[in-house]
Design a protein around this ligand. Structure first.
Ligand SMILES: [Zn+2]
Length: 171
């Protein structure tokens, strides 16, 4: 459950503080009349703060006892990044590289991680097809035939994908 759902479960009159990620509700621990308890969606966990002074860990325990939070924190799903965002980052990073612009170490790490995520969707069958294409392309060159520009582009793209996946494209 996210902050909004938990807030509404605790207090039917829960008020949004900012957008739909932060809410204030009446605190179930000290049961005061004001909405002292703030709930917010963190990156991987729910953040809580009671301005009347209740202990945050006690509040989390209470939410778990009410099944509003899973008992093991590892069960809380981490916010997922969409394939579109991943691709947008890859394109932006590659544009910077081509322009010779400096990229930070963090940005390079993210780029490599995103590349792995981006290419993960390929099924073994698709990988086999790409391997076969690369093999056929090389055989064509060996025979002295001239590949079309489109074939060259496909080969370059497939080879890059296979190399990124650590899959050999030639035997
Ligand atoms: Zn409280």
């Amino acid at each position: 459950m996210n902050a909004e759902q938990i807030a509404l479960a605790l207090d039917a009159k829960a008020s949004p503080v900012s957008g739909r990620t932060q809410y204030k509700v009446r605190c179930p621990l000290h049961n005061g009349g004001s909405q002292n308890l703030y709930l917010k969606d963190g990156d991987d966990r729910l953040l809580v703060h009671c301005f009347a002074g209740c202990n945050g860990a006690d509040i989390i325990d209470y939410l778990k006892s009410q099944s509003l939070l899973p008992s093991a924190s590892k069960d809380i799903p981490v916010k997922k990044i969409s394939p579109k965002e991943v691709q947008a980052f890859i394109v932006a990073h590659e544009t910077m590289l081509k322009a010779g612009a400096p990229t930070s170490t963090k940005s390079q790490r993210t780029y490599r991680a995103y590349q792995r995520m981006h290419y993960k969707p390929f099924e073994p069958g698709e990988v086999a097809e790409m391997q076969y294409y690369c093999l056929a392309f090389k055989a064509m060159l060996h025979r002295g035939e001239t590949p079309t520009p489109a074939d060259c582009r496909t080969f370059t793209a497939y080879r890059k994908i296979l190399q990124d996946k650590g899959v050999p494209y030639a035997w």
